[in-house]
Design a protein around this ligand. Structure first.
Ligand SMILES: [Zn+2]
Length: 525
């Protein structure tokens, strides 16, 4: 590589005041050229969404998507490609038909979809609607004996404000250079907590109670309208539980709030409403384990040291899981394709992982971290714990990378700042959350599973686009919402960061290894 020495000389003059962090600009140029001129990233998105989506963990789509990823990584020449099992996950779930209608007082089709882990109807059903929002124990008492054979509207109707903000946007300059208000520091530096907060446990318990109540009361179908979304965009996740010990609710449907509100207004005027549904849904009892897809590009002289990149493969089921998270999966696949296609010789082994069960609580990545690196409760690290240089995650939609989040790791700040420089003109400039602590428990997405045990895990900072307004867990999370140019930029940066990490003389700096959890914090995982 004749250009390499030259590039090092060239970049030495531009070193930061903090550390020597040479970047091989000739390689970065080749990565950029491959990512921007020969991109396959939207082809990966197509197969993950239109062909194999949605990919709810342990549904047929998840399995076929996993098999497709294995084949594609093998085609690109990765080695040790496999579906690595973890578990138990619980029951799988899938739906194969949905139709919803208002029949009386006037006909209208209903926009919506079934909530996961709720059963189908036994063929087409029709019945009177009743508005019975169930928010606390008093509501259960109030509607006892009144729901049998009815289609129950079980959430509160919601006023829909006029939307005046554009649905999609990019980060502003002010958002890219945030400063932490010292007043917030006591909040930020919270003590380490158990894996689930008491509020989360309470919510799950109440959901199970309501599901048992609706079942015991003989509700025919349960209708909900979410607390976000409008104009035909329906955000919905699970209605029942993947744990076979939990109660199975009646068939549950999430509909667009305009349709929901119309039914509620009619009922408020004492005008009877007849609704009809035809839902086919299946619980899948075997296998109870799930899997992550893992593959490698073997390294050279430090091949026992590892650089990881990844994203979650699984999705929710209302759309095809395009921006959550076919985008991240496609960027990871594209990044290893670029590195392989350019035939770059790398010192460390590059390992890509596409996780299952992220949407149910980062289950796949947490299981992987426990199996390969360390169990957070005991903190007795395995040999691989000391061989992982860094993990890079992509899971915040389709927006281009504007930088990287480095929670509580001051030492990586100057390194990342240097690595971002060749991408400054593509809008990636920020290294954020350097001073804030890492998460007190795994949350948000899969890099926190690494962070939780003291391993360097990072997620990229992305433009929000229309993630929260239109796509995140919605029926409109579809291929068309994915932005090709942004995806190409993401893949170039992902490939560059992985390359730099694989070639850096030292492994990435880490925060001190955390201590084992005290006995009273060792609760649910
Ligand atoms: Zn996600």
């Amino acid at each position: 590589m004749p250009f390499r020495a030259f590039a090092i000389l060239f970049t030495i003059s531009a070193l930061s005041a903090y550390s020597e962090e040479p970047v091989d600009l000739s390689v970065i140029h080749r990565i950029k050229a491959e990512a921007l001129e020969n991109s396959k990233v939207m082809d990966h998105v197509f197969y993950l969404t239109d062909v194999n989506g949605p990919r709810l963990t342990n549904s047929p789509g998840f399995k076929s998507a996993g098999d497709w990823v294995v084949k594609r990584l093998q085609d690109y020449g990765l080695t040790n490609v496999h579906e690595e099992s973890w578990g138990p996950f619980g029951r799988g779930w899938n739906y194969t038909r949905f139709a919803g209608h208002m029949l009386e007082p006037a006909y209208a089709p209903l926009i919506g979809f079934p909530l996961a882990w709720s059963p189908g109807t036994q063929g087409p059903v029709e019945a009177d609607a009743i508005y019975a929002p169930l928010t606390d124990d008093a509501d259960l008492e109030k509607f006892k004996g009144k729901l049998r054979g009815k289609i129950v509207l079980s959430t509160k109707s919601r006023d829909l404000a006029m939307p005046t903000d554009p649905p999609g946007r990019r980060l502003t300059d002010a958002e890219l250079s945030p400063t932490i208000d010292p007043g917030r520091l006591p909040d930020l530096f919270r003590p380490l907590g158990p894996a689930q907060t008491p509020e989360q446990l309470k919510r799950t318990a109440f959901r199970n109670k309501v599901n048992q109540f609706l079942k015991d009361e003989g509700a025919l179908v349960v209708l909900q309208s979410g607390n976000i979304g409008d104009a035909g965009i329906v955000f919905g996740q699970a209605g029942g539980s993947r744990d076979p010990k939990d109660p199975v609710p009646p068939p549950m449907v999430m509909v667009t709030p305009e349709h929901y509100n119309r039914v509620v207004r009619l009922l408020d005027h004492n005008i009877p409403v007849k609704l009809a549904f035809d839902i086919q849904a299946q619980f899948i009892d075997s296998p109870t384990d799930s899997f992550n897809v893992v593959g490698e590009i073997e390294g050279g002289r430090k091949k026992d040291e590892i650089v990881m990149l990844g994203a979650h493969l699984d999705s929710w089921h209302g759309g095809t899981g395009a921006t959550d998270n076919a985008t991240g999966s496609a960027v990871a696949i594209e990044a290893v394709r670029i590195l392989k296609t350019l035939n770059l010789k790398m010192d460390r082994t590059v390992r890509v992982a596409l996780w299952g069960g992220e949407e149910q609580g980062l289950l796949g990545s947490k299981a992987y971290v426990t199996q390969h690196f360390a169990d957070r409760e005991s903190m007795q690290p395995k040999p691989e714990y000391f061989k992982l240089s860094a993990y890079y995650n992509d899971d915040t939609g389709t927006g281009r990378f504007r930088g990287i989040v480095a929670p509580g790791n001051d030492e990586v700040q100057p390194i990342f700042a240097e690595w971002l420089k060749p991408f400054n003109d593509l809008g990636a400039t920020a290294v954020t959350r350097v001073t804030s602590p890492s998460n007190p428990r795994p949350g948000s997405t899969d890099h926190t599973s690494f962070d939780y045990v003291g391993l360097p895990g990072f997620n990229f900072l992305q433009d929000p686009m229309d993630y929260s307004t239109r796509t995140h867990h919605s029926n409109m999370d579809l291929y068309d919402r994915v932005q090709p140019g942004d995806m190409m930029q993401c893949a170039a940066i992902m490939a560059a960061f992985v390359y730099n990490t694989a070639m850096r003389p030292q492994m990435m700096p880490r925060v001190p290894m955390p201590k084992a959890l005290p006995a009273d914090k060792q609760t649910t995982k």
